[in-house]
Design a binder for this molecule. Structure first.
Ligand SMILES: [Zn+2]
Length: 268
């Protein structure tokens, strides 16, 4: 009987043991994932999810790894990046509409929410267009941005969490701030009268944080904010583009979600 119990315990134990595959980075995610027989679909998911925190062209190092938890062929129940400097873990969760997505241990997607506009403005003087008569140059040029008219000194906010790429004077754009949001999105805020105190390249900013103040520096006829939204280097219409919106695990599921996440991490 005792032996039987021990066998039972052993079986239960092995049922609970986690199945996982590790991608050891030696060359690139694609190359090493293929060697570990990870499907292209999972690789694409890793790129999509982690590009918000990892620049796959710059940040990956030999010796980093991705741990993919779950049976091969099924959607992973967790994906964990272990690098020299940081560890990022995401866990699967199916929302009420039946969509599977990956959330961090706080129950939030790695992608942030974007605000539609970065300033309280009085009007839009120039929309996103391929052909606009330029008031100073007197020629037709594309204007792949939105110009918000506001009085000098009006605060300008970061539209989403991100990292300052640079804040400096750049010719026609005047005083300009570039913010990187993950590897794919960049937002640009131009003609500022001045920058927010202590703002510098590589500093982290939160959505809604003041980054500068409306002005008319550079090629500009009056105080306004020239704002650009770029996806993979291509300027998108900030007024109509479908912006990322962070998702959260619903409160009623959060406890269960978190205890599952903890148990996955414990059992690896
Ligand atoms: Zn403009």
């Amino acid at each position: 009987m005792r032996k039987f119990l021990l066998i039972m315990l052993f079986l239960i134990g092995s049922v609970n043991a986690l199945e996982y595959t590790t991608i050891h980075i030696t060359r690139s995610l694609n190359y090493d994932a293929q060697k570990a027989r990870i499907s292209q679909k999972t690789v694409n998911n890793i790129l999509r999810i982690f590009s918000w925190r990892i620049d796959f062209n710059k940040d990956l190092r030999k010796g980093d790894k991705f741990i993919i938890v779950g049976k091969k062929g099924a959607a992973p129940s967790a994906i964990i990046y272990v690098g020299a400097k940081k560890r990022i873990a995401v866990f699967s969760y199916v929302d009420k509409r039946g969509r599977l997505n990956y959330y961090d241990s706080r129950g939030k997607t790695l992608y942030p929410s974007f605000a539609r506009s970065p300033v309280k403005y009085s009007r839009i003087s120039s929309k996103f267009t391929r052909k606009r008569f330029h008031p100073i140059l007197k020629i037709y040029l594309p204007h792949r941005a939105v110009d918000y008219v506001a009085s000098k000194g009006t605060p300008v906010y970061a539209v989403a969490d991100g990292i300052i790429k640079h804040n400096k004077y750049m010719g026609a754009l005047g005083n300009v701030v570039y913010i990187k949001h993950g590897s794919n999105y960049t937002t640009v805020y131009a003609h500022l009268s001045k920058f927010a105190h202590r703002l510098k390249p590589s500093s982290k900013v939160k959505k809604g944080q003041v980054i500068g103040y409306v002005g008319s520096t550079g090629r500009s006829t009056g105080p306004h904010l020239h704002y650009e939204l770029r996806y993979k280097g291509i300027r998108k219409n900030p007024l109509t583009y479908s912006l990322p919106k962070q998702k959260k695990v619903v409160n009623s599921d959060l406890r269960r979600f978190q205890s599952r996440a903890n148990s996955i991490l414990r059992n690896l």
